[in-house]
Design a protein around this ligand. Sequence first.
Ligand code: GTP
Ligand code: MG
Length: 452
Amino acid sequence: GDPGTDTLRTPIVAVLGHVDHGKTSLLDKVRGSAVIEGEAGAITQHIGATAVPLDVISDIAGSLVDPTDFDLPGLLFIDTPGHHSFTTLRSRGGALADIAILVVDVNDGFQPQTIEALDILKRTQTPFVVAANKVDTLPGWNPVEDAPIQQSMETQSDRVQQQLNQELYEIVGELSDHGFSADMYWQVRNFQQNVGVVPVSAMTGEGVPDLLTVMMGLAQRYMKEEMQVDVGGPGVGTVLEVKEEKGFGTTVDIVLYDGTIRADDVIVVGGENNPIVTEVRALLQPRPLAEIRTESRFEQVDEVMAAAGIKVAAPDLDEAMSGAPIRVVRDRPVEEVEREVRSELAEIAVETAEEGVVVKADTLGSLEAMANALEEAEIPIVRAEVGAVAPRDVSVASTADEDTHKTILAFNVDVLDDARRRIEESDVKVFESDVIYQLVEEYDEYVEEIER
Ligand code: GTP
Ligand code: MG
């Protein structure tokens, strides 16, 4: 379209779930199916994300999708590895992802990180479906490669069908326990009121056509207005990870959710102390697999348009934070953009009290989620920061008046050696976990014990 006019951008889909439940395998399957359909080139691998255009989705989905029903360009899937908290997927005013897939292993059912994911989807009001994965592992399953799930279910023996239904309704029951009304996706009329459950196998591809169809429908039905962005405007994104990269120094992996970023843009990035103003040195995309043996794993590009995952190399990024905003300056006063970044950071800032526990977390998003959970549990916070547990945190915790506040809650971060030593010599207690509600529960139990 004309520069400056609004265009529909690609919806961002977060793929979430407990460790090993099959998030990456599902995306691998989508990529693999595209290769089989002769559309390999059409799928682009981004940093931390996979872009699947509409025509590829419709090829994979077959009769389930009529591409003329849609005017969104496709879907951008963001994989969240189990060790990495997807609370990082935040943006101004809420969730970075427009919609989500919650992957649940049918045999394993709900696990701590499934519940954690559900809590955050609820809090950020992100529409989602549940992919009930690994149906092929049910004893006696007879695989029908890449088939729509109902077609495949019909060919299964009565016993297998019964077993599957039992597992699926257990998932529906779990969802209901957590306040979501859910049903098999083909029974769902209104995906905003009901969560659709899609049985799939990332191994055999069964149900993958259905999953893509449902996601496309969700995006189209409920997200269209938010997809209207000025794709030619200055880029806005979120930092997912801050990483050392050989030959480039400290880089940031970002998801761009609005506008464009160019290889010569001035950018402002949220930093530990102040917004960082710097100039892009390179925009990097992963090279296609076949070329991975070449000198660099990355390919430089001149410009990227939302939605996209991209690695940004620039000087002075050492203090950049995961979960922080990144904004392109372009044709505006730098101070104005700095103010925007500051105010966005202020929105995330955790309110602290005179007396309370110390909280450390791996990203701004997880810190925000921790603060919310603690507020709900009426646990006051004296200090909340992104980063590893350091000796200074131990000092702060040890000066608390109440014994129950001589505590550090560490979410998904290391405890530095010298901090560990200080803790052993003091009466400060540390709770560590990569599941927020478990941290809160453990702390609550500890308080009960002390007060008994
Ligand atoms: P993390 O990134 O570590 O959180 O795990 P993940 O959710 O990405 O799981 P991943 O895709 O790595 O799969 C974990 C294991 O389950 C692997 O050994 C997969 O091969 C296997 N797996 C995933 N999906 C399926 C499936 O549908 N069927 C079967 N049989 N195995 C599967
Ligand atoms: Mg994975």
